[in-house]
Design a protein around this ligand. Sequence first.
Ligand code: AMP
Length: 281
Amino acid sequence: MLIFDTKSALNAHLESIKSQNIQIGFVPTMGALHPGHTSLIDLSKKRGLFTVCSIFVNPTQFNDQNDLKNYPRTPEKDLEMLKSAGCDAVFMPSVSEIYPKEDTRQFNFGHLDNILEGAHRPGHFLGVAKVVSILFDIVKPHIAFFGSKDYQQVMVIKELVRQLKLFIEIVPCPIIRESDGLAMSSRNMRLNKEEREAAKLIPVLLNEAKRMKLAGKSLQEIKLMVNDRLNANQIYKLDYFEICDPNNLHLLNEVDPAKQSIALIACFVGQIRLIDNLPLQ
Ligand code: AMP
């Protein structure tokens, strides 16, 4: 596995790979890797792609400086995991390599900027768009893989690719979960024992929402259930729980058992903010 920390060296190597008619698959990450991340590498490898993973904790997408400071960093373990997963090349740039000067570009993702993560983490998707467009420009992948755990992010990236007129296929990948259902996340390693135990309620609530929707319960009843169960323990602080149209993330005011919908949640467990989602059909 090759390791690069400069754009020029990575770019030169990838140009030589492309000249052999080999396609590039790309998996951008912020490191502190877990099997959710390596599942994206697996999917890229299964498609026969020369697979590049980037590890870069992107400062521009953090609206909370404490969250940035405390973001877990495990570079040695990450490299071991990537090697075992068969990753071909890793890009681990410094902040000044990605942002040699301030990136003042603006993006407009319309409705996606104003709901869920967009509403609760102002500037987050702008930072994501900045870093992903820079990384896409360096790697110039044919296909890029993103986890559906960040469902709204996948929609933002698809919109970014459309706006920038890039020829990159965006592949949404399934959420990988712990055995008790908690979605894997780099942030889970910051949960203490009590918080980790409490965190498993999040997927339980999503599954209960699905059961209730299929049983014909109303949106109001589902939201009441979620609020009641979270309010029962002070360890939780709900940021949002919404049910949306999975095609455009428009918030639904009522749920129709016959129509597609997706439940999305962001909730603090102690100091750690976790997100998850589940299609309700
Ligand atoms: P992050 O390092 O958190 O920025 O995540 C990098 C990529 O891994 C993103 O596309 C995430 O959606 C994806 N990812 C993170 N956790 C999971 C998971 N549990 N299952 C599948 N993909 C994930």
